[in-house]
Structure formats: C-alpha cells, structure tokens
Design a protein around this ligand. Structure first.
Ligand SMILES: Nc1ncnc2c1ncn2[C@@H]1O[C@H](COP(=O)(O)OP(=O)(O)OP(=O)(O)O)[C@@H](O)[C@H]1O
Length: 741
C-alpha cells in the first residue's frame, strides 16, 4: 500500500470519504444512533442471542439466519457472501454471545470473515462512534495480510459508520500518529503497533472491546511472542479475545492461556482426513539443487498462461531469481515478493499479482505463504523445501481456496525426499511422485552467465543469494531434511550463472566442509576463494575451463560471447599472498591507491593484458588473438619515470626564472632609492656604504619562499609557488595510458 493510500485509508470510514457529503451521512448515522429505533434494533438482535443455541447456529445455511445487524448482513450480501463456511458457521455465534474463541480451520476456509463479523457487531452493539476511539484491534503477522484484512473490512463493513486504519511498518508514522486518536478499528502488525503504544500518547486502548489475533501461530513462529505479550499488557483486562490460525499448535494454546479467558476452542477440520484443501492435487519430484534454476525457467516458459506462486527459502534468492529471470524475458509477467522489499513496492507487487488473470508468476519467500488470498492461483511450486510441515500446509493453501481446484508441486533434493515425506505422512498429507526428465530441461546457465556479466548488480545478487541460502539451510531446525554439507556450492553457483562459488565464510567458522560431490571443484574452489579473498563475495572472475565446458549453448541462443578480463594477467594467488599476512580487519577496507598499485606491479614485472575469449557453438573457448591488447608494464613505468624527470626539470626552470625576475626588480628599486637619496637627507650610516644585506642570496633558492621571515626586507609582492600539478598530470597521463586513470 502506498503511503499516500495508507494516509487516505485513515480518512475512509468504510468507503465514506471525509468530504461534505460524507459528513452529512456521518451526521445521519449519529442521529440514528441516538434514535429510539436504533436502540430497538440493537435490543431486538441481542434478544435473539438468547433464543438460539450454538448447535443451532452451526447448522445455519445463510448469513441472514444469524442474529446480525442489517448493516453487516447487507455488507456481506453486497460483497457476495450469502452462505457461511464451516468455520464461520461454528465460530461466529459463539463470538457474538461474548465468548473468547480460539479458532482453527484449513487455509482458504474463510477465517477472515469469521473474525471480522464479531468485530463489527461488537462495536455496533455498543453504539460506538468515532469519538469513542479505539474499540477493536486486529493483530496479524504480515503487512500484506493486514492490508488484505483491511480490504475485507471495508467491503463487509461499508454500511457501518466506524473509522478504520492499518498500522504497518514502512509507512509514515507521523501521519498515523496524528490520526490514530479517532480510529475505531485498527488492523496492525505487532512491531508497528508496539511502537505506537510506546511513543504515541494519542493512541489509547483503555476502551478496547475486542482483540483479534489472526494467524496466531505464525505470529509466534516469527518470534513476535514478546511483542505480543507487551501489547496484551497494555490492553484492558475486560475485553473479548479471538485467536485464529490454520493449525491449533501448542504455542497457540499457550497464547490462549495468556490472553483469553475460558476460551472456547473451535477446530473445524480437526477430524478431517486432509489438513490441506480437498480439491488440491499434490505432487513432488526429486532433483539436484543445481537443477532447480533450469527447472524454474522451463516451468515458466511452459506455463505462460497460468498463475503460479514459486516459493524459495530466502529473500536474496527471491530477489536474484526475479531480477535475473526478468531480464531474460520469460514471456509472462514475473514478479517477486520478499520481506526486505520496500513497502510501496511490496504493495504494488501484491496488487498487481492479485489482479493478474492473463498468466503470471510470483517468486516469493514465506512472507506470501500465510493468509494471503490471491485470486485464482493455479499452481504453487515449492522450489525449495519448506522449513516445516506447517509451512508446507500454508504454502499449498495459496491455491485451491474455497473449494476451487489447484495444484501444488514440491521440489526435493535426493537427501530430503525420505525425511520430509515421512513428516508429511505423519500429518496425513499424501503427495504423489512425478518424474521430470532433466535432460529435456532448457539449460540456461550460459544465458544467465551472460546476463550476469551485463548486469553486474545481478551478479552480486547471485553471490549473496548463495551465501544467504547456505546460511538459511545451516540454521534450519529439521536437521535430517536440511544438510548444508550435501550441497555442491560450485555446481549451484554455476547454475546461478556464476563462474565460481562465492566465499561462504560462516561455514568455515563452523568447521563445515562443503560438499565435493560432482568433480571435486566445490571444495577446492571454495577453499581457494577463502584463501584469496577476504570479502564476503567473489571479486575475481578468473577464467574457469570447467565452467566454460559445463555451459551448453541453448538451441534458442545466438552465438554467445563471454568476454572476461584478467586485467593484470597476474596470478591472483601470488598477488594476495602478501595481503594474507595482514590482519583481516585491516585488509577489508584497504583500497590501494592507483599509483601504489602500479608501483607494486612494476616491482613484480607484470605484463598487462586484456584477453577476449569467444565461445563457439559447442561452448569451446576460442582465443581471439586479434583482439588481444598487450601492455608491457615495465615499458610503461619507464615512460612514467621519463615524464617525471621532464616535469622536475621544467619545475626547476620555473623557479630559476622567478628568482631572476625578483633580483631584477630589487636592483631596479635600489637604483631608484639611490637617485632619491642623492637629492634628500642622507644619514651618516648611509654615507659611506650601501646596505645590501636584505638582498636574497642567489645561491639559496629556498629564500624565495622563506623571505617573509626577514624583517629587514622591504615589502614585496608575494610570489606564487608553482603548483605541483604538472607532476601529477604526468602521473595521471601515465596511469591513463595504463587504463587506470
Ligand atoms: N462465506 C463465504 N462465501 C464465499 N466465499 C467466501 C466466504 N468466506 C470467505 N470466502 C472467500 O474465501 C477465500 C478465503 O478466505 P480467507 O482468506 O478468509 O481464508 P482463510 O481461512 O483466512 O485462509 P488462510 O488460512 O490462508 O488465511 C476468500 O477469497 C474469501 O473471499
């Protein structure tokens, strides 16, 4: 959501904008509230509470059978919701009569409406107005989910006169601060909410009627437990509490014990055979880690008309894959969504993917796995194995929502197959195995590699993605499923378009040897990088024969040329041996000045060269000798020295001229004085001889500059020191010759 839009949201009263016409409507509502009829309506609805039992309510087929305000029923009808789902049927009435409820139901089963209807009814029953301040608080784990809940609230609550707002990170906190005092319903993420509770005096919760925690399990998984406890401590004890999640975990029950009073547990699909949606077709296949990018590309080009969410493990992977594959033009709308993305962009992506019906793919992290309700998603492709079975359930739940059909495909590596399937089976999740002929996949490594050489930012993303992935796998809790040692990082790097694997420092710190599965390259190259380079990512792109040989030119491709420059044709090992001896911290930020770098190279007698390698159709490197440019660094150094000597000579000449000019002027003024003395009073001292002591010693050139110290000296013009610029110019020229200036 754009910050501007977010700002407008605060002025919305469920679709009623803050203009004159809306003010009239608002006043009418206010009148109505005070009116007798309004009070009678409320009493009429409340009286029905006593006549209906929860069992009866759980059999209602229509929303209008529930004892609800006409504003809510109309809002539901207008939004197209006439028949309640199971969770709505079983929980709404229990909430209406004032119970604290802990609800759990499968993904996509309509929990949002199940929690919003009691919120609207609670404030309506209490004749809530804008002046009453905060009446309901809905806490949800992610920003997208908060915006989505807010949208549904706007839809079904548009006939009520409550004000509502969203509090999420990444928006204008000052703007929110000013308006928060008049908001009746707040949908918030825990962090931003706590910030307002701590810092904003106008945000008062003492009148709060109802607290709702959506995706409670996810909030706890994300480590918001302490924040949640702190928030609950700030709320009045006399309130109603509703907790909703897809699974009723022990954590949720613990939370319920802390913030709910004698809660009623509603678990709709507890006895159902499947924990995943019934219309969901689930399958998996096994492949190597390094085949995943090719698989993804092949999938994208073959499913241009479908809407797919692709799940990966970490933000940096999502960023790299989105950026790199987008620049390779897959022929469909490809987007990315991850947690560290800027908020405005996040909302744009969310809305654009949601609206898309022509075919689109969204590469996302688990930020999109919970609660998000994208329209008509055909496939969920889990390119990386989910962290837990619960995450699996949430990810696949983005498709096959509300009894629609959907398909979920899980990608596992050989070592993950057995342990993860065992865990899925424990929860009665059946997935059928499919086979993917990896020989038939489009090999995009060389294309990706040339994309990376064109977009250096992408190359950096690729390196960071690999490091982040290694770190994520290493910190996973399911040790039998995730083993960082089983990953061939060299092969994985090649599949990301990198010639060599980036240095993964933390693995070494933990004493982990990286797998050497394929050709012994992985360990060797990582070790080499480790020794060579102290920065987190790769800096040398040295020609790698194995890498080149591994590249197969895609049928679709034209001739692909990969030009690599090893600028100084110096063995990087040798170059860095000296560096290795220095402490790591010092090395890190030291940038060698160009002049020093040249001197260092001169010392080594290095030959400067730029090589151009062209690959033929089979991917064999052909050396293009015509394009080879050579620079003899010693020769260049000689030229540099010559230029320096010439400059020095020139400098000396300038100094001499200045001195000569100065002497000439002094003589001239002396002669003038003598002439004057002849006509005026002459002191006795002056009579016999002329004092020439103040004259500068011509043998001491420095006196030109130091003559200010001489008190006897007559005032004279300050002589400008010749700039050293000329020397530097010569150096710069020489550096420019070397291609470094
Ligand atoms: N009574 C209803 N009639 C028709 N459609 C409904 C009804 N209730 C909800 N829906 C639709 O079902 C979809 C899923 O609803 P919702 O997002 O509330 O599910 P959820 O249980 O919260 O899922 P998740 O656990 O993934 O968050 C939405 O598109 C919503 O519009």
């Amino acid at each position: 959501m754009k910050s501007r839009k977010n700002a407008e949201d605060f002025e919305d009263i469920h679709g009623i904008k803050n203009n004159r016409r809306n003010q009239e409507i608002y006043n009418r509502f206010k009148q109505k509230k005070k009116g007798k009829k309004f009070r009678e309506n409320i009493d009429g609805v409340i009286s029905k509470y006593k006549k209906i039992t929860p069992e009866e309510a759980s059999c209602f087929r229509k929303f209008k059978q529930f004892p609800l305000s006409s504003a809510t029923i109309n809002g539901l009808n207008e939004a197209g919701f006439t028949e309640p789902t199971d969770i709505q049927r079983q929980s709404i009435f229990l909430s209406l009569i004032g119970n604290d409820v802990v609800g759990a139901a499968k993904t996509g089963s309509g929990k949002t409406i199940a929690l919003l209807v009691p919120v609207l009814e609670s404030l309506w029953r209490n004749k809530w107005t804008r002046e009453d301040g905060l009446g309901a608080l809905i806490i949800t784990p992610t920003r997208e989910l908060a915006c989505q809940i807010f949208q549904v609230l706007n839809q079904i609550g548009k006939n009520h006169d409550f004000s509502a707002g969203v509090l999420i990170g990444g928006t204008d906190i000052e703007y929110e601060r000013d308006r928060l005092g008049h908001v009746n319903i707040v949908v918030a993420t825990p962090g931003r909410l706590l910030q307002h509770l701590d810092e904003n005096e106008s945000f008062r919760c003492h009148m709060l009627q109802i607290l709702v925690v959506d995706e409670a399990d996810r909030i706890l998984d994300m480590g918001f437990k302490d924040q949640l406890n702190a928030i609950v401590e700030n709320l009045p004890k006399e309130r109603q509490t509703l907790l909703f999640s897809a699974t009723q975990t022990r954590n949720v029950k613990d939370l319920a014990r802390v913030c709910a009073k004698d809660p009623v547990f509603v678990s709709v699909h507890e006895h159902s055979d499947n924990v995943t949606p019934d219309n969901l077709q689930q399958s998996y296949f096994v492949c190597e880690e390094e085949e995943k990018v090719n698989i993804l590309w092949s999938y994208l080009v073959n499913h241009k008309r479908k809407k797919t969410i692709i799940f990966v493990t970490c933000c940096k992977q999502a960023r790299f894959l989105t950026e790199a594959l987008c620049s390779m033009r897959p022929g469909l709308s490809l987007m990315g969504l991850w947690g560290t993305m800027n908020q405005t962009k996040r909302v744009e992506v969310f809305e654009s993917f949601d609206k898309n019906t022509a075919g689109a793919a969204l590469i996302a992290t688990d930020v999109a796995s919970r609660g998000l309700d994208f329209r008509k998603v055909d496939y969920v492709l889990q390119l990386d194995c989910p962290t837990t079975v619960d995450d699996y359930i949430h990810r696949v739940g983005r498709t096959a929502r509300m009894n629609k059909k959907g398909e979920a495909v899980l990608v596992l590596t050989p070592s993950q197959e057995e342990p993860f399937l065992k865990r899925l089976a424990e929860k009665n999740i059946e997935v059928s195995k499919i086979h993917v002929d990896t020989q038939k996949l489009v090999d995009i490594r060389i294309k990706l590699s040339s994309t990376l050489s064109e977009h250096l930012e992408c190359k950096e993303f690729a390196q960071k993605a690999i490091i982040a992935y290694a770190r994520a796998i290493h910190t996973m809790r399911l040790r039998d499923v995730f083993d960082v040692q089983k990953i061939d990082f060299q092969a994985l790097s090649l599949s990301y378009g990198l010639a060599v694997a980036p240095r993964i420092r933390f693995l070494r710190k933990h004493g982990i040897n990286v797998n050497d599965r394929s050709n012994g390259n992985a360990k060797k190259s990582l070790k080499k990088e480790d020794d060579e380079d102290d920065s987190e990512t790769e800096t040398h792109l040295t020609p790698n024969k194995d890498a080149a040989a591994a590249f197969n030119v895609d049928d679709d491709d034209d001739v692909i040329r990969v030009a690599r420059k090893n600028v100084f044709n110096v063995d990087p090992n040798e170059e860095l041996k000296e560096e290795e001896l220095k402490p790591a911290s010092k090395k890190k930020n030291t940038v060698l000045p160009k002049e020093k770098a040249v001197k260092k190279l001169i010392k080594r007698g290095a030959l400067l060269s730029a090589k151009k390698i062209i690959f033929d159709d089979e991917g064999n490197p052909i050396e293009d000798t015509s394009a080879v440019q050579k620079f003899d660094i010693n020769e260049a150094a000689e030229r540099l020295e010559k230029a320096r000597q010439e400059d020095k000579k020139h400098h000396r000449e300038i100094l001499k001229t200045i001195r000569r000019e100065k002497k000439r002027k002094q003589h001239a003024s002396k002669e003038e004085d003598d002439t004057m003395d002849l006509g005026g009073d002459v002191s006795q001292e002056d009579e016999g001889s002329v004092d020439l002591s103040w004259l500068p010693d011509p043998d001491k050139p420095k006196d030109v500059e130091n003559s200010d110290d001489n008190d006897n000296e007559p005032p004279k013009k300050k002589i400008k020191k010749p700039k050293k610029q000329s020397i530097l110019n010569a150096e710069e020229q020489a550096l420019a010759l070397l291609g470094m200036g």
